[in-house]
Design a protein around this ligand. Structure first.
Ligand code: PRT
Ligand code: ZN
Length: 280
């Protein structure tokens, strides 16, 4: 497995692998490391090289930003979206410019490190613009007269603002992805399936909370409707007659809304605890 040696992806990639229970030694200057408890070896690389290594089969899988995976255009599979390092690839202009829509870029010069993704976008909008490929410091290009606009990665947007730019179009949304070689031998497919299963269990755990609450017995049916749980909630009698304790899992996205409904239905003493892993 190829992972970024240092940079925005490396810490979260290593954390995910460790949360999957895979132990390995990641010393600062290491280029390679073998897990002590899972049949996998890690290569620590620059992110730009990861799609090539995976396409060539030097690495079987890798973790890379989707922006890099797609830009490189190599024959690889996107096996799983990993939910971290979220960002977007956007077009931006000097803030003094009047922007009317993608046709603004007709005949203009755009600086970017993503010529392929940008080229596809411009073709889809039937806009002909000159793509000026540069490998870094893209955001200074309009200010120094090198280009009319830029196409670059944006996360908070503060880099654009501090360079006097405004974001006018989002052309691609990205997050870290697990990529795989297209023709893995069957033994390696089994290992990859185990790895994906572990990653999904970790992600499901993060997306859900374990909830425990007390309720009068007459409220149980209504509470069960609000809290469907993995199969159905656990209902245990409390020492106090006429009361029960109800346990279930609840999705992070619907959490606050459900809590309000539970309170209205008569739930009391609600406890919410994190789930480390969740096997569905
Ligand atoms: O050394 P190596 O080649 O391995 O790393 P790198 O410097 O090429 O990449 P790195 O570590 O900076 O980014 C790796 C991946 O992280 C990218 O390919 C994206 O998928 C993802 N990512 C997430 C980001 C950002 N957020 C991000 N904000 N990559 C870059 N940025 C830069 C962007 O280029 C711009 O300069 O941050 C600036 C914008 O940030 P905001 O918050 O000011 O908008
Ligand atoms: Zn890079």
């Amino acid at each position: 497995m190829a992972i970024q040696s240092k940079g925005r992806l490396s810490e979260d990639s290593i954390q995910l692998i460790k949360e999957c229970g895979i132990k390995f030694n990641n010393g600062v200057s290491k280029l390679k490391s073998t897990s002590q408890n899972f049949p996998i070896e890690f290569l620590f690389l620059r992110d730009d090289d990861i799609p090539d290594y995976v396409a060539d089969g030097v690495a079987d899988v890798g973790i890379v930003g989707e922006n890099v995976a797609v830009e490189k255009g190599k024959d690889i599979d996107i096996v799983k979206r990993l939910g971290f390092s979220k960002c977007r690839l956007s077009l931006a202009l000097l803030k003094s410019e009047n922007y009317s829509g993608p046709a603004y870029f007709e005949g203009k010069k755009i600086a970017t490190s993503y010529p392929n993704i940008l080229g596809n976008y411009l073709r889809s909008k039937k806009v002909k613009a000159e793509i000026h490929e540069i490998s870094g410091s893209v955001e200074i290009a309009p200010g120094i007269g090198l280009a009319d606009g830029i196409c670059d990665i944006v996360s908070s947007g503060s880099t654009l603002i501090s360079n006097g730019l405004k974001e006018v179009e989002v052309i691609f949304k990205s997050e870290a992805v697990l990529i795989g070689h297209q023709n893995l031998v069957s033994g390696k497919v089994d290992v990859l399936n185990q790895l994906v299963f572990r990653m999904e269990s970790v992600q499901n755990g993060k997306n859900n909370k374990y909830i425990l609450l007390n309720a009068p017995n007459e409220a149980i049916n209504e509470i069960i409707k609000i809290l469907p749980g993995m199969k159905s909630p656990t209902v245990l009698p409390l020492a106090e007659p006429g009361w029960s304790s109800i346990h279930s899992a609840i999705n992070e996205d619907e959490f606050w809304e459900r809590i309000e409904l539970l309170k209205k239905a008569g739930a009391q003493g609600i406890l919410v605890v994190p789930i480390e892993k969740m096997i569905l």
